[in-house]
Design a protein around this ligand. Structure first.
Ligand SMILES: Cc1ncc(COP(=O)(O)O)c(C=O)c1O
Length: 394
């Protein structure tokens, strides 16, 4: 048998609802036609990267400087890390240098090398739920245990529940804001409360890190503010990528930013270097590292996402759905009109050809996720379907 027992267990146990819906959608599109299916299943941006970035890539590819495609330091080009550090210094007001930045293979690759460097077997990572399902894999890959803690009704952090989940094995809390699947942006107040709790635990002898997945940090709307997590707490490692803000998910480029307040930085970097080699990534893609260095200030048009959020959110509310208005990312996470959201999602797929993902795929049954990173035309054509669904249930 070619596949290991452990992998067979994983295959059996993985719900993988997002992919499942996406694949069903592909099948439906084949039989019914692309324009007859309204696919809101996957966070795969349907916009192009900025034109200036595409032109810069062409320029880079036509350069004849020898060595531009060679291996470089495992942590990435120093010049690129220094440019990113300058950008972070300006935005976060902390003395970042190139040393604090580690280029990664997307946000996913970044979290994996970080956890490989951080986790002892049995260490626990607290994850506020609903959550991005892959976190479970990223933690369990390295012998860690994911400890889910429900967020409040408005998807903000529940500090009392987090406190109750902390024990001797707790190594870190993995927060993701703006959040996938809810679009929630954790408030300054809730993060301050979290920091207060973690400082209190430190006085009692327990050191806990904040690992911040900031894959959507630039997709934030003008009615929300992303608090400066580096200012709020000292032991912070943030991981981000350009999959969403520069619409480059297939190119696999991101970076880890380590707070200048973390004293064991040299040891951590040595760990990250071993990890990126041991996992076989070796380094982040060279061409896209250079592009990332040049385009820190840029992003896709966030106003376009805001327009899309507003149109779908308003239609849902007018149609009777209950939904917390998201402050960022490109997801909505409404309540299902019936308890069994899987039955609801299947009905919506069958009757309206609208594809959404059941909340159980994110640890919260009774809800469903809409990924609105699709064209405006697709959204406009799907609105009547959402209205009809609303009429059937409300
Ligand atoms: C919360 C979150 N983290 C990480 C990732 C992975 O991002 P990347 O493509 O940068 O690896 C995603 C992708 O959808 C995500 O939603």
């Amino acid at each position: 048998m070619i596949v290991s027992n452990k992998m067979k267990r994983l295959i059996r146990n993985q719900e993988g609802w997002t992919r499942k819906m996406f694949e069903e959608g592909m099948q439906m599109k084949k039989t019914l036609g692309e324009d007859k299916v309204y696919d809101f299943s996957l966070g795969n941006p349907d916009v192009e990267p900025p034109q200036a970035l595409k032109s810069a890539l062409i320029d880079m590819l036509t350069q004849t400087t020898p060595g531009t495609h060679k291996y470089m330091e495992n942590s990435g080009y120093l010049s690129v890390r220094e440019r990113i550090a300058e950008y972070l210094k300006m935005h976060y007001g902390l003395p970042f240098t190139g040393k604090h930045i580690f280029m990664s293979v997307g946000c996913a690759g970044g979290i994996n090398i970080l956890f490989k460097s951080m986790l002892n077997k049995g260490d626990e990572i607290i994850v506020p739920s609903p959550f991005f399902w892959e976190f479970k894999n990223y933690i369990e890959n390295f012998g860690g245990i994911m400890r889910l803690v429900d967020t409040k009704e408005d998807f903000q952090l529940d500090i009392e529940k987090i406190e109750a989940a902390i024990n001797d094995k707790t190594k870190a809390i993995l927060i993701n804001s703006p959040n996938n699947p809810t679009g929630a942006v954790y408030s300054e107040e809730s993060l301050q409360e979290l920091a207060k709790l973690l400082y209190r635990k430190r006085e009692e002898g327990k050191e806990i890190y904040i690992v911040a997945d900031e894959a959507y940090k630039k997709i934030i709307y003008d009615d929300a503010v992303l608090p400066n997590i580096f200012e709020i707490y000292d032991l912070v490692v943030s991981i981000t990528s350009h999959s969403k803000d520069l619409a480059l998910p297939g190119e696999r480029i991101g970076y880890i930013a380590i707070s200048p307040n973390i004293k064991e930085i040299d040891l951590l970097i040595s760990g990250l270097i071993i990890s990126i080699r041991a996992l076989g990534f070796v380094n982040a893609p060279a061409l896209f590292q250079r592009a990332a260095g040049m385009f820190q200030e840029n992003s896709v048009d966030v106003m376009e996402y805001k327009k899309k959020r507003d149109i779908i959110y308003n239609t849902l509310i007018e149609s009777g759905f209950e939904c917390v208005k998201p402050g960022g990312a490109f997801y909505l996470f409404p309540k299902s009109p019936i308890k069994d959201e899987l039955a609801f999602v299947k009905r919506v797929q069958r009757e309206e050809r609208i594809l959404v993902v059941p909340g159980r795929g994110f640890g919260r049954s009774g809800y469903f996720r809409i990924a609105y990173c699709v064209t405006m035309e697709k959204i406009m054509n799907a609105l009547d379907g959402f209205r009809r669904i609303g009429k059937r249930y409300y």
